[in-house]
Ligand binder design. Sequence first.
Ligand code: ACO
Length: 319
Amino acid sequence: MYSRIIGTGSYLPAKTVTNFDLEKIVDTSHDWIVSRSGIHERHMAADNELTSDLALQASINAISAAGISANEIDLIVVATTSPDQIFPSTACILQDKLGIQNGSAAFDIQAVCGGFVYAMNIADLYIRGGQAKTALVVGAEVLSRMLDWNDRTTCVLFGDGAGAVVLRASETPGIVACKLHADGSHRDMLKADGNVRNGVVQGDPFIKMEGQAVFKFAVKVLSEVVEEVLEENNLKGSDISWLIPHQANIRIMEATAKKLGLSMENVVVTVAKHGNTSAASIPLALDTAVRDGRVKAGQNILLEAVGGGFTWGAILIKW
Ligand code: ACO
């Protein structure tokens, strides 16, 4: 038994914030942001929009593309680092907003920018193990609320959005292989270490990052994990039709593609318009490439991501 993606969907909040808008808030420039990250603009949720609202729209689009009814979904996994509230999980809130009342499992997973590959691996295992037939896997973030708008080293990099896929049990792959890793010893390189104690925020609730260290670590582990997945499946970089990376930074994507011997023409890039949307970036990029017709039946698709933790992983898909 395998799992196969039968529908994708995404959602971006209406408001866009350009680099020129940011020039008015912090000491930065459009040229600096583009040359260092490849980002031109990002979307930002409205004050009354929650992570679950973004997830809901992306899910509705994925469910519609899959041509199923929401009540067929028997597992919801939401990857997010910016949940609506401390609890219940955003997945439970999403289940309610979708009107699903079949009692099936719903939970969040938190692996920061690595969240979507973690969530996909979990849903794939549920389906392979026979515990679910139709899973909704969502990456949704409102990271703009965790940014220090006085810190130019972080606030220019992130955006809000959501992406979703419907995975269904199938006799043929589908998801061919998943590889996940984590190394908590690097947890201070990228963090928001605040927590709530007795009703008061302790520590720092904003994202802090050692940019250059993250950059080097990301290039190293992403290259390793994509090679690991390809080797184990007797494939070469040239067998991959589309590399769909976590959209953190164009230079990280270029470095990973180079290691794989892939041209940037085989890499789906949405970072210019979306910024880094953390767990949402891969399903947003995937949905973009599915809907514009780049992703086609029979192609080998490779997803890869790295995020705070550190967590990282890759997923090989036969479309
Ligand atoms: N605008 C203008 N100047 C800036 C800005 C800004 N927004 N931010 C930093 N600078 C300045 C710095 O203060 C520094 O000035 P100084 O030399 O006077 O001290 C100068 O630019 C160079 O700073 P660096 O940090 O060395 O810049 P770098 O080339 O490393 O680029 C960046 C910074 C873009 C963060 C880069 O390190 C990077 O891409 N790191 C990867 C991090 C990443 O992508 N994180 C996303 C989250 S993690 C994930 O998703 C995997």
